[in-house]
Each structure stands twice: as structure tokens, then as C-alpha cells.
Design a protein around this ligand. Structure first.
Ligand code: LAN
Length: 741
């Protein structure tokens, strides 16, 4: 680990023999459990603190949880929780954690590396063993693979996992491959894979480019200006993740960049389909998609558009226009690579950009620089090796951890840990603007922002900037001789500048950029499994984080851009109110789900002085949460809420993370002044779930993107229970008034 950059290496002699035996046991137990437990507990990482854990000062009390909790009792649990969590913190101050979940990432990487011939260079035999272990652990009972580790089988997950297993050396008739193939064949075969799956199969040469809807690179030559009308269709207006994925995809498509045929690819080509490869009707295949995968079906208009562009390919391929478009794409690809130090914005464009660099020049420096940054995305846990959804969630987790731990007001046990975290917060703020001219590359300002992961990654995000700023302000309010010197005001001003610049005309904040186009553009969304990917919309999470950050900032710096901040807060508040649902809840887009949204909705309003007493909106949300509390005292929401947009209760135990979010919302609103009972019950649930080490168990998956794909946040199970219990102890058991934001 170095400044948040995490890489895994195999070392057969690392640790003590006892530790290695424990690691083996963890792996074996995971395999034994595979049909019941689809989540990764990230325990392997937590084992490495076993030695440090033995020396730790505090353990949570083991006697039964009393009916009446005392401040001392909760304090003892909190000390145990903090001292466990401190063991996990790295030297540079951040908390590492598994950021896996999606199942379509690793196969793309393997296909790209196989195509460029670098598979054996990047993947050692141990990498391959662990990657195959991962597949085996996440195969569903019906033989297929999901979009993400907890999901039901899809053609996308199954087709890509199948190919991956073959490229890593599995035979076609092993148990895993046989069952996966049967799953596919029973549903018509791999022509029914989603468009992103079609792309990867075409790259490998096991699917025809004629079976793809066009990814016309000429889109990048459209005028950008709004005044042209057509400018609204320009990719520069899309959500950056969508734009940055389709950019290299259209380059590869425009060039028909395909892997050289090998005996293995020739074999896979025959295995993927129930009919001979030569008999496939590629024109029909373009729009085929398995029903298991279909979350956002193409509107008719889209199919008409693809048909026109498909026909246009006859003219465009090899034309002067195509050459211009490809050159333009490559310019943007190099810009993205250089400005993220070859990490790139996410796991998908990372891999396809790498492929593009190779297609452009297989001996060139850009391609080589890409290869060394692949490791940043890989993660090993007891379920195997996976590719993460980002190069980690370092800054995000660290800034929440800072706020949570500081909010316990147990500085005597946490000063050292907060001081290390302070270093990470300081070292990850973006202090250099991306290369000019920003507008030429459709980039928003970054100077002063905080990223989600590391400074090297560097893409600015509205709510990461806000959480980073709140962490910095929280630390600045603590004694400097304990946690280090505050970040200079000038740098915080830069952050405020970024946050203010994020406000959209609807008053809300989107993720990385402003909203640049209209919702109707979503009819162009060709990715059947993802919803709402075309435009960067205002979200309750992002908007509320900006509100709480700006309001915390103005408490410490009341005169800086006073008028602008006041008016930004008013408009943001109006936005948050406008998207509250009639039942009082807020839909969360990046965590599971209404519980998460409610936490943000409520804290956004309470930061501005509203509470359960004086504001019907806050009251309605608290009531929404209160009636969803469960018999065990906790809250538990299923990931199905995200896709169905209806609150869905989890089977079995409540979830510690949902419980903490619900408690944090109720506490911020002052609900305990009306009725503390739900909070007592929630706190007791959290204490009951705490393990003797001070850790909490990893339960179902907590994160989500694009409505339908889930992602693991391994640190949430520590951060949020600590935060909720800390506030519970201060506000209820000690009767303090102050709510910290
Ligand atoms: C993330 C991770 C962080 C997340 C929050 C900061 C939590 C959120 O509040 C705003 C959106 C953001 C930045 C976010 C957006 C979508 C991401 C980047 C991810 C969920 C991580 C992975 C995902 C990315 C799109 C995955 C690749 C798949 C594609 C469809 C391109």
C-alpha cells in the first residue's frame, strides 16, 4: 500500500504458519458455504491484523446486553469497535476494503489481456488460481452467474464468466463450465447476451461484429453547442462514466479490433451457442437479450436509430470520416489515461482504453503504462481474486470513518487513528487541475475536490468533495496537537468552489459534473442491464452531502462567500424537498436503498435547522422509517428495493448498516425526544451483532449503481455502527443537545 494505492502480491512465506492455516480455513469454509453465502466477508484482510489485535487494549464486554443500556456499557462497546477498526487502518491512514461485487469486470480484463498477449505477464499462476476460485464461489445453484455476486443468473454474467474460465485454462467439460454452458444453451445461447457482453465476445473473436448494434465513433464529431439542437446528443453531455465507456468501445468497434484466432478461441466460438457458429443469424442477434438480463428494454425509437446507423456502417467503415473520428477518440483516450495516471475513471474504461492503446501501438509506452496499473483494480478475499468497481473506496471510507469516530467523542482512544486518517485526507485532496483546456475534454473543475479513491485517480465528485471537506473540518475542530495541523484555509476554499460549481439549475447536485442534457436522452441507453446511465442527474445523496458540507463550512468560516453559500443552500434544500416521495422517503441511488436515501434526505434538512418538531417533511420520513423497524430491533432492506423502487424487507436478520443509517436519520431529526424506544432497540440490536473482536459481520451487499448492479462496501459494517452508537450514547444516554454534521 502506498498513498492509498493497493496491490496484492503472492508470498508463500508471509505471516506465521498459524496465520496461513487460518487463511486456508477461511477459504475452505467459504467454498463449503457457497450456496448460502454469496457475499465476501473480506476476512482475509482482517486476518492480517490478528497480531495487532492480540495486543489491543479494548474488547467489547461479553456479558449479555442489558435491557437498560448505560453510557458506560455503550462506551465499552465503542472502544472495542474503534480499537478493532484501528487495527485495519493502513500506515498511510486509509482503510482498505473489498470493493468488488459486479461479476462482469474481471472477464473483460481477462479477454483484453488475452487479446494483447499479456495475460501470463499480468496474471501469475496464483492469480489464476484465485480468479478461478472466485468464479467457483459465485456460480449460482442453477449453473449460471449473476450480474453481481448476490444476483440471479444472467446471460451477461454467465457468458462472460464462462469465457473467462476457459481463458484461464479450464476445460469445456468440467463441472463449472458444463453447468454454465447448459444454462446458456437452455436460453438460446450467447447471442442473447447484453450489448456489453456482445462487445467483449466480439473482441475475443467469438461473436461477429455484425451482430452488434453500432457504436458509431462519428458521434464524437457532432457539434457540442446547445444552439445547434443536435448538440444535446453529443457524448460530451453524457454522464462521464457512460461517455468514458462508450469512447474506447467505439474506437475498438470502429477498428473492429479483434483477437487473433487461436485454437482456444475457435473452440469457445463453438461452445457458446446451441447451433453451429456459421448458422447464426447475426442481424437478428443484434437485438436479442435474455429476459433474465433485461432491466431497461430498448424503446422502439432506439432500435430504429441503430438500424439506420447499422446501414450507415457500409459507408462509414474505412472512410475519411471514420479515420477522423477514430483520431478524435484516441485523443480523448490519451487525455483520460494521462490525467488519471493510467488508472482511468473506472474498471471498464480502464480495460478498454488499455486495449485501444495496444491496438494503436502494441509496443508503445501508453500500453505499457496501462499494464502496471491493472493491479490497482485487483482485490483478494477469501472468495478469491476479483476486479473491483473502482481502484478502491479509500477517501470515501476514510472521510466517513473520521466523522464517525470523531462523533463518539472518545478522543482518548482514537487520537492516534484520527491523526493518521488526517494524513490520508490531506494527501488525497486534488491539488492540481486536470490538463487544459478542460472544456475541450468535457471536464469539470477538479482543483480542491476530493476523489472517491486516491489523488492519482483524481476525478472530482460532488459528494466525495463534501465528505472530504467535512472530514477536514471535523479534524480541524479537534486539538491540533492530537490529530495534526489543519489543512490550510485556501485549500478548503478551493473545495467550496468546486462544491458550489456543482449546483444544477434544479438546485440539486449530480455526481461528477453538472447535468448537461435531458432525461429523455435516456431512450438512447443501449445497456439493457443498467438504468439511468446517459445523464448525470441531481441526486439526494450528492445534494444533501453538499448541504451538510457547506453548512459545516460556514460555521467555521462564516464570511467566506457568505451570500453565495446561503443562496446555494436554499436552492439545494428546495431540491431535496422536491424529490421526497409521497410516503415520506427518499430513494437512494448509491446505497441500499430507501434507508440510505432517508439518511441523506433527513440530514440535509436537519443541517439547516429543521427537525421532527418543526418540519412535516422530516416527520414524514421518520415515520416512514419507524414503521419499518423489525422485531429484532434493527432495520434490514434488500437490494431488491433498488431495482424495484419499492421498499423491500430483507429475509432473516436485520442488517447492521441499514440499522445504523435509520438510527442516524432518527437521531439527527430529534425523534428520540418524542420516542426513544426505537433507538434503544436499534442500539441493542447493534450491540448484539457485535463480535468479540469488536468487528461486525459482513451481511448482504450495501452499495448499488445504475439501479441494478450491486457493489460491496466492506468498511460500512464498522463505520456506520460506530457512528450510530456514538451518537446514541451522546444524544440519548448522556442527553447532549448538539448534533454534529
Ligand atoms: C461509484 C462509487 C462512488 C459513488 C458515490 C460517491 C457513493 C455516489 O454518491 C456518487 C456516484 C459514485 C461516484 C459512483 C458512480 C458509479 C460507479 C463509478 C461507482 C458505483 C463505482 C463503480 C461505478 C461504475 C459506473 C462501475 C462501472 C460500470 C459501468 C456501468 C460503467
Amino acid at each position: 500500500n502506498n498513498k492509498g494505492r493497493q496491490t496484492w502480491e503472492f508470498d508463500a512465506t508471509a505471516g506465521t504458519p498459524e496465520l496461513r492455516a487460518q487463511a486456508d480455513r477461511l477459504r475452505e469454509n467459504f467454498t463449503a458455504n457457497k450456496d448460502k453465502q454469496h457475499h465476501s466477508s473480506d476476512e482475509l484482510l482482517r486476518l492480517q491484523c490478528a497480531d495487532r489485535l492480540r495486543a489491543k487494549k479494548y474488547a467489547p464486554p461479553s456479558s449479555e446486553i442489558p435491557d437498560q443500556l448505560t453510557p458506560e456499557r455503550v462506551e465499552a462497546h465503542l472502544k472495542g469497535a474503534i480499537s478493532f477498526y484501528e487495527c485495519l487502518q493502513q500506515e498511510d491512514g486509509h482503510w482498505p476494503g473489498d470493493y468488488g461485487g459486479p461479476m462482469f469486470l474481471l472477464p473483460g480484463l481477462i479477454i483484453a489481456l488475452y487479446t494483447t498477449g499479456a495475460l501470463d505477464q499480468v496474471f501469475t499462476p496464483q492469480h489464476k488460481v484465485e480468479a478461478l476460485r472466485y468464479l467457483a464461489n459465485h456460480q449460482n445453484a442453477d449453473g449460471g452467474f449473476g450480474l453481481h455476486i448476490e444476483g440471479g443468473s444472467t446471460m451477461f454474467g454467465t457468458g462472460l464468466s464462462y469465457v473467462m474460465s476457459r481463458l484461464l485454462g479450464m476445460g469445456p467439460d468440467e463441472d463449472l463450465t458444463k453447468r454454465a454452458r447448459e444454462w446458456m444453451h437452455a436460453r438460446g445461447g450467447a447471442t442473447y447476451i447484453t450489448s456489453w457482453g456482445k462487445f467483449w465476445l466480439a473482441v475475443l473473436g467469438v461473436y461477429s461484429w455484425d451482430g452488434m448494434n453500432p457504436l458509431t465513433p462519428e458521434m464524437w464529431l457532432l457539434p457540442y453547442s446547445k444552439w445547434t439542437g443536435i448538440g444535446y446528443l453529443h457524448p460530451g453531455r453524457y454522464w462521464c462514466h457512460c461517455r468514458m465507456v462508450y469512447l474506447p468501445m467505439s474506437y475498438v468497434y470502429g477498428k473492429r479490433g479483434t483477437c487473433k484466432e487461436t485454437p482456444l478461441t475457435a473452440a469457445i466460438r463453438q461452445e457458446l451457442y446451441p447451433m453451429p457458429y456459421s448458422k447464426i443469424d447475426w442481424n437478428a442477434a443484434r437485438n436479442q437479450c435474455a429476459k433474465e438480463d433485461l432491466y431497461y428494454p430498448h424503446p422502439l425509437l432506439q432500435d430504429v436509430l441503430w438500424w439506420v446507423l447499422y446501414k450507415a456502417e457500409n459507408v462509414l467503415q474505412g472512410s475519411f470520416l471514420r479515420r477522423m473520428a477514430l483520431a478524435e477518440c484516441m485523443k480523448h483516450i490519451h487525455y483520460e489515461d494521462e490525467n488519471t495516471r493510467y488508472i482511468d475513471i473506472g474498471p471498464v474504461n480502464k480495460v478498454i482504453n488499455m486495449l485501444c492503446c495496444w491496438l494503436e501501438d502494441p509496443n508503445g509506452t501508453p500500453y505499457k503504462k496501462h499494464l502496471v496499473r491493472v493491479a490497482d483494480y485487483l482485490w483478494v478475499a477469501e472468495d478469491g481474486l476479483k476486479m473491483q468497481g473502482y481502484n478502491g473506496s479509500q477517501l470515501w471510507d476514510t472521510s466517513f470513518a473520521v466523522q464517525a469516530i470523531a462523533d463518539t467523542a472518545l478522543l482518548d482512544v482514537s487520537a492516534a487513528c484520527l491523526s493518521k486518517a488526517h494524513q490520508y485526507v490531506e494527501q488525497s485532496q486534488v491539488v492540481e487541475e486536470a490538463a487544459p483546456p478542460l472544456s475541450r475534454y468535457y471536464r469539470h473543475v477538479s482543483l480542491g475536490a476530493w476523489p472517491f479513491s486516491t489523488r492519482d485517480h483524481g476525478w472530482p465528485i460532488s459528494d466525495c468533495s463534501s465528505e472530504g471537506l467535512k472530514a477536514a473540518l471535523t479534524l480541524a475542530a479537534l486539538p491540533a496537537n492530537k490529530v495534526g495541523d489543519p489543512i490550510p484555509a485556501e485549500r478548503l476554499y478551493n473545495c467550496v468552489n468546486v462544491i458550489l460549481s456543482y449546483q444544477n439549475s434544479d438546485g440539486g447536485m449530480a455526481t461528477y459534473e453538472n447535468t448537461r442534457s435531458f432525461h429523455w436522452l435516456e431512450i438512447l441507453n443501449p445497456a439493457e442491464t443498467f438504468g439511468d446511465i446517459i445523464v448525470d442527474y441531481s441526486y439526494v445523496e450528492c445534494t444533501s452531502a453538499c448541504i451538510t458540507a457547506l453548512s459545516a463550512f460556514r460555521k467555521q468560516y462564516p464570511n467566506h462567500r457568505r451570500g453565495e453559500i446561503a443562496s446555494a443552500l436554499r436552492r439545494a434544500e428546495a431540491f431535496v424537498r422536491s424529490i421526497q416521495r409521497p410516503d415520506g422517503s427518499w430513494y437512494g441511488s448509491w446505497g441500499v436503498c430507501f434507508t440510505y436515501g432517508c439518511w441523506f434526505g433527513v440530514t440535509g434538512l436537519t443541517a439547516l435547522g429543521h427537525n421532527y418538531h418543526n418540519d412535516p417533511a422530516v416527520r414524514r420520513c421518520c415515520d416512514f422509517l419507524a414503521i419499518r423497524q423489525r422485531k429484532d430491533g434493527g432495520w434490514g432492506e434488500s437490494y431488491l428495493s433498488c431495482q424495484d423502487k419499492v421498499y423491500s424487507q430483507l429475509d432473516g436478520d436485520s442488517h447492521v448498516v441499514n440499522t445504523a443509517w435509520a438510527m442516524l436519520a432518527l437521531l439527527a431529526a430529534g425523534y428520540h425526544k418524542v420516542d426513544p424506544t426505537p433507538l434503544h432497540l436499534g442500539a441493542r440490536f447493534l450491540l448484539r451483532m457485535q463480535q468479540p473482536t469488536g468487528d461486525w459481520p459482513q451481511q448482504h451487499i450495501s452499495g448499488v449503481f445504475n439501479r441494478n448492479c450491486m457493489i460491496t462496501y466492506a468498511n460500512y459494517r464498522n463505520i456506520f455502527p460506530i457512528w450510530a452508537l456514538g451518537q446514541y450514547r451522546r444524544l440519548i444516554l448522556l442527553g447532549e443537545e448538539e448534533i454534529r454534521h
